[in-house]
Design a protein around this ligand. Structure first.
Ligand code: ADP
Ligand code: ASP
Ligand code: MG
Length: 438
């Protein structure tokens, strides 16, 4: 029999009504064996995600401030779900344990992880599935990176004992037993890890949109859905800001070639987007697959006459940046110029020191940091074969009266990345979308 692993995002589990939709989806198909819930997300615009409330509790506890008010809001979110589902079930003992741990200065990751832990308990009980604490099967190394092989062995053994189980998303445990979370949105990764461990036929990722769309629906009106996309394209788009799926979700499933299907909990009839390793026969001839981007980018510009003749120039600049624990995004260069494109956030508290280190390393003629940029990636597996794609991108942006600060093309020729000012970000994405939406 087929095995399906299903991950439900925060909006799919935000309240009792959403939980009922989730249960209907799971119970409708006997192949739905393993379910990964997120913490309750926003019920309406302006609402809080439980995970954010938990982070707030943690911060309050660090400042020795009262957490009662915020913690009460969290408890009520779960109480409302339990009541709305008409369940004979209580989490009051769990609430007490968690509150005491927070007051005793439990770690940040432990506190954040309780959102999925509690939601997992409710969902398991509601579905009549076994609840399996992710701390007992998902492991990290001492340095905080994910221990894929130990996890896979242990989790396979554990899950094979149960025909049906609920495993909360977002976290696992460190070698010393403390809780560690993935980065934000990490329940997507848990779903992929479980899919690999049980040898799933498919990993269904249920969210609030009917699949991966050609662009962020908050920027472009009614973008077209993407029918099929490759893991590589997905990774580019997700890394560049299409948050619908965490960019690291493909790693556990890629080798096992388990397809990911993005689905909509609010529209289960829609077939959504399939993410696969390779697309067979192309039915679609659209040149680009999608557009994504992110704001909060800074550019360090370095100029020096005869830079090209100075052996090791680039290496010394990058060393200065690496010594500050910062990784860079792009490195466009000219004969006598070099730019380092990076996240503005990474420079926090380090600006002057980074500039001083670069000055010392290469003694440039001009050196400055400019903030307020955004990156936009245009991604498509068919771009390699299509002539004139770059020209169409640049022309559409120029016609919208937008200046391009930086251009980069990946070696796979599957993406073209441009840098624009943050104030031009939305207009540039719309201009590119219109150009290719024909
Ligand atoms: P979940 O809580 O289910 O994990 P997320 O909020 O993480 O859901 O991701 C879904 C959201 O991603 C959508 O509601 C949409 O606003 C946003 N999004 C950004 N880019 C895209 C895109 N290209 N296609 C679809 N959704 C996108
Ligand atoms: N609840 C976590 C977050 O808000 C993880 C997730 O939803 O995937 O980031
Ligand atoms: Mg998400």
């Amino acid at each position: 029999m087929k095995i399906k692993v299903l991950k439900f995002g925060g909006s799919s589990l935000a309240d009792a009504e959403q939980m009922k939709k989730v249960a209907a989806i799971v119970k409708n198909d006997r192949a739905c064996r393993y379910v990964i819930p997120s913490a309750p997300g926003k019920r309406f615009s302006g609402d809080d995600k439980v995970t954010d409330l938990l982070y707030r509790c943690y911060e309050l506890s660090c400042e020795e401030m009262d957490i009662t008010g915020v913690f009460e809001v969290i408890k009520n979110r779960y109480r409302d779900i339990i009541k709305g589902l008409g369940m004979d079930f209580s989490l009051e003992d769990e609430f007490k344990k968690i509150e005491i741990s927070i007051l005793n200065h439990a770690g940040r990751d432990y506190v954040a992880s309780r959102g999925e832990y509690l939601n997992g308990m409710i969902l398991a009980h509601y579905l009549g599935y076994k609840f399996i604490d992710a701390a007992k099967g998902i492991y990290f190394f001492d340095n905080g990176t994910f221990d894929a092989e130990r996890t896979n062995t242990r989790l396979s053994e554990l899950l094979n004992k149960y025909d049906h189980a609920v495993i909360p998303g977002f976290y696992g445990s460190m070698p010393n037993g403390t809780i560690k979370t993935f980065s934000r949105g990490g329940s997507d990764i848990t779903g992929a890890i479980v899919a690999r461990a049980v040898g799933a036929d498919i990993y269904e990722n249920w969210t609030d949109v009917s699949g991966f769309l050609m662009a962020d629906p908050r920027i472009v009106d009614n973008p077209k859905p993407i029918d099929t996309i490759t893991y590589r394209e997905l990774r580019e788009l997700a890394y560049m800001g299409a948050t619908v799926l965490h960019d690291e979700s493909i790693f556990p499933v890629r080798h096992a070639r388990i397809p990911i299907n993005i689905r909509n909990t609010n529209d289960p009839a829609a077939k959504g987007t399939m993410i696969v390793s390779r697309v067979g026969e192309e039915k679609d001839d659209a040149v680009i697959t999608g557009i994504a981007g992110k704001k909060g980018i800074s550019i360090i510009s370095i100029e020096k006459d005869m830079m090209n003749a100075e052996l090791g120039f680039g290496r010394r600049v990058l060393q200065a940046i690496e010594d500050h624990g910062i990784s860079f995004e792009h490195l466009p260069s000219g004969v006598d110029t070099l730019s380092v494109v990076l996240h503005t956030k990474a420079l926090e508290g380090k600006r002057e020191s980074v500039l001083a280190a670069i000055r010392k390393a290469v003694n440039p003629d001009v050196l400055n940091i400019e903030d307020g940029y955004a990156l936009i990636a245009v991604v498509g597996r068919r771009m390699v074969a299509a002539k004139g794609t770059a020209q169409r991108i640049f022309r559409s942006v120029a016609d919208a009266d937008i200046n391009i600060k930086m251009i980069d093309q990946g070696s796979s020729e599957m993406d073209i990345i441009i840098g624009v000012r943050e104030c031009d970000y939305e207009n540039a994405i719309n201009a590119i979308y219109r150009e290719f939406d024909r």
